[in-house]
Design a protein. Structure first.
Length: 340
């Protein structure tokens, strides 16, 4: 099937799915991503097979996975080679309008509750003089393993073979606008909210600028801001780009804490011999990279915590209050020889 026909088919499927529930809305800007041109496929690299680097580009970090050239999968009863790469697995978007889904063409779902729980960015008086900007945004997460959807990789236990889905949307989450209630899910983050988070932002941002963020500073996203509490409330908001990436990351952290997202990098993930990984309740933020696809593709994959001055170019229009991203996820897996 030609790419244009495939994209048209995907778009038609999405529209048919939501035809009875949603309609295009003036307060919900968006468009379907072009799965061929909007995604930075260079972000899949580096690819390593049996410890050998198959590509010359891309940046990576040490996950602790075994460097032996052979791996054994008991659940598949097979022998294979350790494989590592970055998989474009999820799409995420942010919006100020409850029920709005920018990456589904800007459709707005008629939701049964929280209909007036819309977001915005506000300039308020700061506690100690001057002005400060606060914000509240909604986030949608879409399961969209594009390498499987486009048939780029088939019959591999290392790629996510699930169908397109919407596993999370913030308007259906009663904790998304309640900081106190959200902290019940992540009690381990209590000591790191406030001054501890601010103190770690600088070192984490510097580390991410050079390479990748610091795993041990799990409570902060460097220059993006604090990860906890995992809600849509921002007491210090800067640009739409910064706010959107931070809140998308908060959703990932919340899903890890809920046991709905697993770790797919490291030796335990390699030994699990599957694409979905092993439980990890405290998210390792190094496992994720962000590729903006809406409103303007940035043709880059940015690690968490890295300053956003360069990727923010061209996204400063006042009307660009909605952002969309492809989330690349680090994978360590055993590519079995007899995979079916």
């Amino acid at each position: 099937m030609e790419c244009k026909n495939l994209l048209a088919a995907l778009g038609a499927a999405f529209l048919l799915t939501f035809s009875g529930l949603a309609s295009p809305a003036a307060d919900c800007p968006g468009q379907f991503p072009n799965l061929v041109t909007d995604i930075c496929y260079d972000c899949v690299f580096p690819i390593k097979l049996a410890g050998a680097n198959l590509s010359g580009g891309g940046t990576d970090y040490e996950t602790g996975a075994s460097k032996t050239p052979i791996c054994v999968c008991l659940n598949y009863v097979g022998v294979g080679f350790p494989l590592s790469f970055w998989e474009p697995e999820y799409m995420m978007d942010t919006t100020v309008t409850a029920g709005c889904m920018p990456l589904l063409g800007g459709v707005k779902v008629s939701i049964p509750w929280n209909q007036n729980q819309n977001g915005a960015a506000h300039v308020v008086n700061a506690p100690v003089g001057g002005k400060s900007k606060t914000a509240f945004l909604h986030v949608n997460q879409y399961l969209s393993p594009v390498m499987t959807l486009l048939g780029l990789i088939v019959n591999s236990p290392c790629t996510d073979n699930r169908d397109f889905d919407i596993p999370y949307t913030s308007w259906a989450d009663p904790t998304w606008n309640d900081d106190t209630l959200a902290m019940v899910l992540t009690p381990y983050a209590y000591p790191f909210v406030g001054a501890a988070s601010i103190a770690a932002e600088g070192p984490d941002s510097i580390a991410a600028t050079i390479d990748f963020p610091i795993k041990e500073f799990f409570w902060t996203a460097g220059s993006w801001g604090p990860i906890y509490p995992v809600t849509g409330n921002l007491t210090i908001a800067n640009t739409w780009e910064q706010m959107s990436r931070l809140l998308s990351l908060r959703v990932l952290a919340k899903l890890h804490a809920s046991g709905l997202l697993f770790s797919t990098a490291g030796d335990e993930a390699l030994k699990s011999c599957g694409a979905l990984g092993v439980p990890e309740f405290v998210m390792d933020k190094r496992e994720y990279r962000f590729n903006r696809i809406f409103p303007f593709p940035d043709n880059a994959c940015t690690p968490v915590s890295r300053p956003l001055m360069l990727v923010e170019r061209g996204t400063g229009r006042p009307q660009d209050a909605a952002m969309g991203y492809y989330i690349f996820r680090r994978k360590d897996c055993c590519q079995t020889i007899n995979a079916n």
